[in-house]
Unconditional design. Structure first.
Lengths: 117, 117
C-alpha cells in the first residue's frame, strides 16, 4: 500500500531561519511521482514541485530546495531564509504510476509551518 | 487562480440532508478528482473521472456519488449527511498525465466548505 508520512505536525521558526520539512513515503511501485503542495491560510492548494522516481537530482527554486533520496524513501523540502509569507501547511504527496490510473495523489498529514517576524 | 471553479464555496445543512457540489475543471483538462479534507482524516482522495468515465476510486462512502458530464464538469453528491461529513471538499483537474510536456500537477479549486449541523 502507498503511504506518505510527515512526522512533523507543526514547526515554528523565526524569520530568516532555514527550515526543513521531512517527508517519507512507502510504495511498491518502481515508477511513481512525488509532489509538494502548499496550503496557505486562505485554504487553496498550491503546487510547488513534482519529481518522478527516476530523477534523484536535487532541485532548487529560489529559496526552495528539495532533496529526493530513494535509498531512504525520503523527499525533504527546505526553505532557506524563511519569511512570514511562508507560513502555511505543507503537504507531501505520492502518485502511483500514471500510465494506467492517472494522477491520484496520496497525501501526507501535512506540516504546519509558522514563521514569526 | 487555478482555473478550477467550485460552487458553492460554503454550505450549511442539517443531518440527513443531501447536497450537490459542483466543479468546473480548467479548460482542456479531462481529469477531475475529488478530495475531502477534514481535521481528523486529512486530505483523502475520493474519486477520479477521466473524460466522463470513472478512473479511480478512493475512500468514498456509499452515501456519496459523483459523475462527470459531457462538458467535463463534475458533481459530487453527498446524501444522508452526518456530522462527520463536515469538511472541505476539493475538486482538482489535470490534463492527460501521459503527456510529457506537463508538470503533472493537479490544479485545485478553492474548495467547498460543508458544515453539517
Amino acid at each position: 500500500a502507498q503511504k506518505v508520512t510527515q512526522a512533523q505536525t507543526e514547526i515554528s521558526v523565526v524569520e530568516k531561519e532555514d527550515v526543513t520539512l521531512d517527508c517519507v513515503y512507502e510504495t511498491r511501485d518502481t515508477t511513481y511521482y512525488l509532489f509538494w503542495y502548499k496550503q496557505p491560510p486562505s485554504g487553496e492548494l498550491v503546487f510547488l514541485i513534482r519529481r518522478n522516481s527516476f530523477d534523484e537530482q536535487n532541485e532548487i527554486s529560489g529559496r526552495y530546495s528539495w532533496n529526493f533520496q530513494k535509498s531512504t524513501s525520503s523527499f525533504n523540502f527546505t526553505i532557506t531564509a524563511s519569511q512570514v509569507v511562508d507560513s502555511a501547511v505543507y503537504f507531501c504527496a505520492l502518485s502511483e504510476a500514471i500510465y494506467n490510473q492517472g494522477g491520484k495523489l496520496i497525501f501526507g498529514q501535512g506540516t504546519e509551518l509558522s514563521v514569526k517576524p | 487562480d487555478s482555473g478550477v471553479t467550485q460552487t458553492p464555496k460554503h454550505l450549511i445543512t442539517a443531518t440527513g440532508q443531501r447536497v450537490t457540489l459542483r466543479c468546473s475543471p480548467r479548460s482542456g483538462d479531462l481529469s477531475v478528482y475529488w478530495y475531502q479534507q477534514s481535521l481528523d482524516q486529512g486530505l483523502q482522495f475520493l474519486i477520479q473521472y477521466y473524460n466522463g468515465e470513472e478512473r479511480a476510486k478512493g475512500n468514498i462512502l456509499e452515501r456519496f456519488s459523483a459523475q462527470q458530464f459531457p462538458d467535463l464538469h463534475s458533481e459530487l453528491n453527498l446524501s444522508s449527511l452526518e456530522l462527520g461529513d463536515s469538511a472541505l471538499y476539493f475538486c482538482a483537474s489535470s490534463v492527460d498525465l501521459l503527456r510529457t510536456d506537463t508538470t503533472g500537477e493537479l490544479f485545485f479549486g478553492e474548495g467547498s466548505r460543508l458544515t453539517v449541523l
